[in-house]
Design a protein around this ligand. Structure first.
Ligand SMILES: [Zn+2]
Length: 433
């Protein structure tokens, strides 16, 4: 009897242990464990390759396993099949110049983890699956960057620069570069600009020291600039990324030769210019349902207030940047024709630069400036990743993270179709609507 009880006890304990293991197993197995197969879509893979009609993308454990025409792909056993016939699949958008975590409503100074996650969720719902945050990044942003290489991710990825580096001497600026490098920055961000003549530019010897120190720490330098002369200067000094358009003069052959020789990418941030003057009256996009689905009515009311509109109408900066935008648009065309690598970036994040929506507006403006839709798509995916040195995102190729968009209509036919998002996937997880 006693022995029987003991055996029974052991059996029950054993069963409970097995049950426990089973529970543990099922609780750690997330929805995207195993394979998902998207079947039947047109696939734009973000590389230079032609689109695949009636294609298949297989994601296994968060990463892309196979991409190809349906006839050439064997679906893995047990794969979850998603019928996407008639739709278009492309890589998730990469914003090569944004800012994350600081703005709440129309106010800066709200940097915290909740706000970072809220904004990364917003970007993701708009199909922007990666944001390169170029300045204003603090510890919480670095922490989110560190934990995102994980197959449970369902918000946009963030890369970080840390502070926008300033310093009054070479010693000071080297110390600030080191502080950001020690935190684990992906980029060093610097400004060389006089804000339309209202501020003092960083002296060139200090800029040179910054580039030198960043390269000692093996970090690329992203430079905010405005003038053609400064753009040539920073390239010769060794900067690695032009983070805004040249906006004072038409770029010339010397600049095109220089930027190509240095292998540096150029980020136009055309919508940044738009944001400086567009609220002088009610902007057209205030009636776009694709904008309104995420816009907060209280913010729109503030932006539509007559006082604010009048202030913008009378703003010297607004008038200056409106002209600068025309120069910037013409320069995008000249650079694109000159074979320069252009990456999509918006400078979204600061007040009234709407994260997610502005990235679609930016692509439209790149096309309006003279790029073809497929060039704008590459600039927002594979080329952007390449420019940022992000080796495991940006294209739909085996081994890369399963970050992709399913679109109802083909953006290579009309870039406005980038807005027809049916679903967004990050590391093979469907981003919640
Ligand atoms: Zn910026």
């Amino acid at each position: 009897m006693r022995l029987g009880e003991e055996i029974m006890q052991k059996t029950i304990t054993g069963l409970l242990a097995i049950l426990g293991l089973l529970t543990l197993y099922s609780s750690t197995s997330s929805a995207n464990e195993g394979s998902i197969a998207f079947v039947g879509a047109r696939i734009i893979d973000g590389t230079m390759a032609a689109p695949i009609e009636d294609g298949v993308v297989v994601i296994t454990d968060g990463r892309i396993r196979t991409v190809g025409p349906r006839s050439a792909v064997t679906l893995p056993a047990g794969a979850q099949i998603i019928d996407v016939a008639g739709k278009t699949i492309m890589p998730g958008l990469i914003n090569a110049h944004g800012h994350v975590g600081g703005t709440l409503g129309l106010e800066s100074g709200h940097y915290n983890t909740d706000n970072l996650l809220r904004q990364l969720g917003l970007y993701a719902r708009y199909g922007v699956t990666t944001v390169n945050s170029l300045g204003g990044d603090e510890e919480q942003g670095f922490a989110l960057r560190n934990e995102q290489f994980d197959q449970s991710l369902e918000r946009a990825r963030i890369y970080v620069a840390g502070s926008v580096v300033v310093g009054n001497s070479e010693v000071e600026i080297r110390a600030e570069v080191n502080r950001n490098a020690d935190m684990g920055a992906n980029f060093i961000k610097v400004r060389i600009d006089d804000e339309l003549g209202t501020a003092e530019k960083m002296p060139r010897n200090i800029f040179d020291a910054l580039v030198d120190q960043a390269h000692i720490r093996r970090l690329p330098v992203a430079a905010h600039l405005f003038y053609l002369d400064d753009a040539k200067y920073i390239l010769n000094s060794g900067a690695d990324l032009v983070a805004h358009s040249v906006r004072d003069l038409p770029i010339d052959g010397e600049f095109i030769d220089l930027i190509n020789a240095k292998g540096v990418c150029y980020i136009p941030t055309l919508t940044r210019e738009v944001s400086t003057f567009v609220y002088e009256s009610e902007p057209e996009f205030f009636s776009d349902p694709y904008f309104l689905k995420e816009a907060e009515p209280a913010i729109l009311e503030q932006l539509k207030s007559p006082e604010r509109q009048t202030r913008m109408q009378n703003s010297r900066a607004a008038a200056g940047y409106k002209i600068a935008l025309e120069v910037a648009m013409a320069n995008v065309k000249a650079l694109n024709d000159g074979g320069v690598r252009i990456a999509m970036g918006t400078d979204t994040g600061p007040p009234a630069r709407f994260q997610g929506y502005f990235e679609h507006m930016e692509m439209q403006m790149m096309v309006d400036a003279g790029m073809s839709p497929i060039e704008a798509i590459r600039a927002s995916t594979g080329v952007a990743a390449d420019c940022m040195g992000m080796g495991d995102i940006g294209t739909l190729e085996p081994g890369k993270w399963g970050d992709l968009l399913v679109l109802d209509a083909n953006p290579a036919e009309d870039i406005a179709n980038s807005k027809t998002i049916a679903s967004v996937w990050i590391a093979g997880n469907r981003v919640p609507d």
